[in-house]
Ligand binder design. Structure first.
Ligand SMILES: [Zn+2]
Ligand SMILES: [Zn+2]
Ligand SMILES: [Zn+2]
Ligand SMILES: [Zn+2]
Length: 260
């Protein structure tokens, strides 16, 4: 299955674990029994552990997302009542939630500025919006369930949307933005130099520093950006003369890697 492989490669084991455990947690919660509630907590905790592992550079924003979820959820829940007290409380909760949301947007844009990444954020904004909207819908549907035990279709669908969009909202800054995209020698912006492996065609990102004319690669041992050739400037391990393909393991000199 290509789709499964794609998700597994992009998200990593812990990213997939986070989604799976969140879904398990959701299903257990829907059982409505005592055992279900216990499993809801257990799977939820495992999912949060995976989030911490998968998005270790930006896991704090996971807490912000929980904040958005709690406040907009509570807000949405209060707004289903029709008296002034609840409406006022609901509005305050919504405002707090929107404040956290805007802070998150500001922080990620700022981070993108500092790490000099050009990754577009359109889809990221959209995911954050989806997260916010469904966080609102989720608990309000749950509140109707409290009143008349109506089935939790909207709640279930909302939670699935929240899980997927939430993971994407963390994935983008973790993978695309949080790591500095600058030359480790002269600290200026790097150009991505995409090449493909002459043996297996797998693409690999190399980097080119125009100012110092440095070829920069990811160290195969510590995964940080370092000069090609010699020793890694971070972990001091001796690098191979060529560059080893992460996919098929064969080693080729930089010139042999096919420019794309
Ligand atoms: Zn440079
Ligand atoms: Zn290869
Ligand atoms: Zn340089
Ligand atoms: Zn290294």
């Amino acid at each position: 299955m290509d789709a499964v492989r794609f998700v597994r490669e992009k998200l990593g084991l812990y990213g997939v674990g986070a989604i799976v455990f969140f879904l398990f947690s959701l299903c257990s919660g829907l059982l409505g029994t005592l055992l279900g509630r216990a499993l809801w907590v257990l799977f939820g905790a495992l999912a949060l552990g995976c989030v911490y592992k998968a998005f270790h550079n930006v896991w704090k924003y996971g807490l912000w997302l929980i904040g958005i979820y709690v406040f907009s959820g509570t807000g949405g829940y209060f707004l289903t009542y029709h008296d002034a007290m609840h409406l006022a409380g609901g509005l305050v909760c919504e405002l707090i939630s929107i404040f956290i949301l805007l802070s998150l947007i500001y922080t990620v844009i700022d981070m993108r500025e500092k790490t000099k990444h050009k990754h577009p954020l359109g889809l990221w904004f959209l995911s954050l919006l989806i997260f916010f909207v469904f966080a609102n819908l989720s608990l309000s549907d749950w509140s109707y369930w409290l009143i008349d035990k109506s089935p939790l279709y909207l709640y279930t669908f909302s939670e699935i949307m929240i899980i997927c969009s939430g993971v994407y909202v963390l994935w983008v800054p973790q993978v695309k933005i949080s790591v500095r995209n600058v030359c480790p020698v002269c600290d200026c912006e790097l150009r991505v130099d995409k090449r493909s492996c002459p043996s297996c065609n797998e693409t690999e990102n190399f980097f080119w520093c125009r100012k110092g004319e440095h070829h920069i690669i990811k160290c195969p041992y510590c995964n940080k950006l370092t000069l090609h050739g010699g020793k890694c400037i971070h972990c001091r391990k001796k690098l191979k003369k060529g560059v080893e393909c992460r996919s098929c393991g064969s080693e080729h000199s930089l010139a042999e890697w096919i420019k794309l």
